[in-house]
Design a protein around this ligand. Structure first.
Ligand code: SAH
Ligand code: SF4
Ligand code: F3S
Length: 438
């Protein structure tokens, strides 16, 4: 009985790719183990978006050297975004000679062949497909949860934001056929799935690469009709392509959850231009004001980068001003990280680390009270919550998410996992809500 252990870094796309890898491996008789030390095959599904993500994988791979020395039959495989970049892949292979198999984000379906080849020849196998036009529709996923699921609707990205490595690791944008997405979601509904999260780097441009053009909101409408599915979410939307028909979708499609993740990155028009984001602070805020007016209960979250090359104190103050005006419910905040090969990496005036850290802290100090204030509005309200899991320390404490994607803790029986229950909110914190089943 062969066992594998997989570690996943990065975003939901990688998490979902891991579910596909697990499916592929279980099909050829491998079993998953949570214990790296008893595995015959160890896989790292890697992320390249920031240097810290790269360094973590690099360090952990180094630690495997000892395991490999004790068990020379152990197979070590590395895949994901880092391996799609030639320079990074070569560096990893030159420093970590114990890597046996490398594969990319586009050839997960070939993994059984690669393992077989390695076992037969005992050679190092490197198989990364650069041609990203092909979409592999012939693999399924072994999903982590039965009641919620990630569904890819498109791959790649054409936006080339100047700081971002994703277009170089995930290739050009291409959409899946709507029929195939609908079929996948129908099958999920049949097996008890209640919530789907549609994945794409820029879901607003869904359908543009298909022969029979279809818009993202039309796709949402098709999925809204599927019996059994109760919640539809999506990640991620790009402000430049966020249009009125999506606001209409929030209004008209009862299953589309009232949560919008709309990464803004910066509040300075000068920096937004250097980032190649193709919208201004004013245009962004106009979209936020409009959607808040039409869908008052919506939760809006964002991504913000501090310390982009050339960012001045004045630029940063523009970001704080935007945060105050947009009143984000929460935000993912990042220190700018140089990614070789991107345009921003060539910019000369990199911001010193201490300035970046100082701005980062001031950004959090601005965001947190706004988030808490928004949570306070939910005090004493009754929220529909999809029960997701028990707390790590106490089986009687459950957690789940509101339609607006806020995390709630409450007491209850773990049989409720996967159910949607009504929770009265009786305490709020900056990041979580607390309540009771009613
Ligand atoms: N496609 C998504 C985001 C993908 S990456 C989108 O466009 O919204 C997730 C987030 O990582 C980005 O929104 C950005 O805020 C951050 N990020 C990307 N590259 C970065 C870099 N070089 N340094 C710091 N943060 C970065
Ligand atoms: Fe990166 Fe921009 Fe594409 Fe998002 S839209 S993946 S930030 S290049
Ligand atoms: Fe995701 Fe990281 Fe790749 S954020 S797309 S896993 S570079």
């Amino acid at each position: 009985m062969m066992k594998f252990h997989i570690s996943t870094f990065g975003c939901q796309m990688n998490e979902h790719d891991t579910e596909k890898i697990i499916w592929v491996l279980e099909k050829i008789g491998y079993y998953q183990t949570e214990n790296r030390h008893e595995a015959d095959l160890i896989i790292f599904n890697t992320c390249a978006v920031r240097k810290t993500a790269e360094d973590r994988v690099f360090g952990q791979l180094g630690e495997l050297q000892e395991l490999k020395r004790r068990n020379p039959d152990l197979i070590i495989a590395v895949c994901g975004c880092l391996m799609q970049k030639d320079d990074i892949r070569e560096y990893f292979l030159s420093k970590h000679k114990h890597i046996d198999i490398v594969f990319g984000t586009n050839n997960i379906h070939k993994l059984p062949q690669l393992i077989d080849r390695h076992l037969r020849t005992n050679e190092k196998i490197v198989d990364v497909i650069e041609d990203t036009r092909e979409i592999s529709e012939n693999i399924d996923s072994n999903r982590k949860y039965s009641y919620k699921a990630f569904v890819d609707i498109m791959y790649g990205c054409n936006n080339f934001c100047s700081y971002c490595i994703v277009p170089y690791t995930r290739g050009r944008e291409r959409s899946r056929e709507p029929e195939s997405i609908v079929r996948e979601v129908e099958n999920l509904a049949k097996t008890g799935c209640k919530e789907v999260t549609l994945l794409g780097q820029n879901v607003n441009s869904y359908g543009k690469t298909l022969d029979n053009k279809i818009s993202f909101s039309q796709l949402l409408s098709l999925l809204n009709d599927i019996d059994g599915i109760e919640r539809i979410r999506f990640m991620t939307s790009h402000p430049k392509d966020f249009s009125d028909d999506l606001i209409d979708a929030y209004k008209n499609l009862e299953k589309l959850c009232n949560h919008l993740h709309l990464p803004v990155q910066s509040g300075s028009n000068r920096i937004l231009k250097l980032m190649n984001r193709q919208y201004t602070k004013e245009q962004y805020l106009e979209k936020i004001y409009k959607i808040r007016e039409l869908i008052p209960e919506i939760t809006i979250t964002t991504d913000i980068i501090v310390g982009f090359p050339g960012e001045t104190e004045q630029d940063f103050l523009e970001t704080l001003d935007l945060v105050e005006k947009a009143k984000f419910d929460s935000a993912f905040t990042f220190l700018y990280s140089i990614r070789e090969g991107t345009n921003a990496a060539k910019m000369s005036d990199q911001v010193p680390d201490d300035v970046k850290h100082d701005r980062f802290q001031r950004l959090l100090d601005t965001l947190y009270p706004i988030g808490l204030e928004s949570n306070r509005k939910l005090l004493n309200s009754i929220q529909k919550v999809l029960v997701e899991e028990t707390s790590k320390t106490d089986d009687n404490i459950l957690s789940g998410r509101t339609e607006s994607n806020k995390l709630v803790h409450f007491l209850g029986n773990k049989n409720l996992i996967g159910e949607i229950v009504n929770i009265k909110i009786n305490n709020v914190k900056t990041f979580t809500l607390e309540g009771e089943i009613v």
